[in-house]
Design a protein around this ligand. Structure first.
Ligand code: R5P
Length: 309
């Protein structure tokens, strides 16, 4: 196995290489003065199984272009197979046309990855299941549920309720609720304007209970703020937890979450973040899960068995 990392998340690459007990492959990642990316493998990949790690960080456009170039460079250098590990799949939220004259950007990214030479994509907690269908190559859409289950079990919360912040996230929240033995509530969210979230209704019994808002990602944190307000208005315990796989934390997110007073905001390290970015931030590692998946891929064993338990 030969693992190479793009420039999006060096700490995750180092953690994954350490879990696997292999060195990271040598690759030059540079930029032309105009901003164009330049990529060159500094060792032969001919006839090898190549694993490329890149994540959609807070600079998704840079990350994805660099990844396309890494894929194509590996393809043109006679790699035997190219496995892309893309924990946070950028542009995933636009997975359908919700209003006239919009693109389906998740589908475009999937096509461009294939066109670049990827044979297989491994991603974590995709925004929606249908994105898997945008690929004609195999796509392993891993779930981070086991990571959050372990964490919240250890907290031994009284009367926990897992809350989906919108109807689209209901299935994901139900699965976490089931594995935690918790109840489920679903919020009805509308977006009156771009990147503005309003919670219209709480479906489920949350009065006097400890809510865990569970989402795929936190971007500006508008959804979380609005959700917390709605939950408290309906009598939820003051200690509200938030959990999401991908902590994008763009724009006003850090300021908002500093002031919001969540009991904890728990994310994975699928995106690089400073653990001291705001009070209550807890970051859980994904390298152990990724390493188990990669080992099984390499040995031709089931991947589903790892993250569906
Ligand atoms: C939307 O459908 C997603 O699942 C997240 O709820 C959303 O993207 C979070 O964005 P923000 O933090 O900006 O409200």
């Amino acid at each position: 196995m030969h693992l190479f990392s793009g420039s999006s998340h060096p700490a995750l690459a180092a953690a994954l290489a350490a879990e696997l007990g292999i060195p990271l492959g040598r690759v030059s990642l540079k930029k032309f003065s105009c901003g164009e990316h330049y990529v060159k493998f500094e060792q032969s990949v001919r006839g090898q199984d190549v694993y490329l790690l890149q994540t959609g960080s807070q600079k998704p456009n840079e990350d994805i272009v660099e990844l396309f170039l890494m894929c194509q460079a590996a393809r043109l250098s006679f790699a035997r197979s190219i496995h892309v590990i893309l924990p946070h799949f950028p542009y995933a939220r636009q997975d359908r046309v919700t209003e006239p004259r919009e693109p389906i950007s998740a589908k475009l990214i999937a096509h461009l990855l294939e066109e670049s030479g990827a044979d297989h994509v491994i991603t974590l907690e995709m925004h929606s299941d249908q994105i898997q269908g945008f690929f004609s190559i195999p796509a392993d859409a891993l779930s981070s549920r086991t990571i959050f289950t372990e964490y919240f079990r250890s907290k031994k919360l009284k009367h926990p309720v897992v809350v989906a912040p919108d109807v689209g996230g209901a299935k994901r929240a139900k699965k976490l609720a089931d594995t935690l033995g918790a109840e489920l509530a679903i919020l009805h969210k509308t977006r009156p304007a771009h990147q503005t979230a309003e919670i219209q209704q709480v479906v489920g019994d949350i009065a006097g209970k400890t809510c865990i808002l569970y989402d795929d990602l936190i971007d500006t944190a508008g959804t979380l703020l609005s959700a917390k307000k709605a939950l408290l208005a309906q009598g939820a315990n003051a200690d509200v937890y938030a959990a999401a796989t991908h902590g994008v934390f763009s724009g006003p997110a850090v300021e908002r979450l500093t002031a919001a007073g969540f009991a904890e905001i728990v994310v994975t390290d699928s995106i690089p973040n400073d653990p001291a970015a705001f009070p209550g931030l807890k970051i859980l590692p994904i390298a152990p899960l990724l390493a188990r998946v990669l080992r099984n891929v390499e040995e031709g064993k089931s991947v589903t068995d790892i993250y569906k338990k």
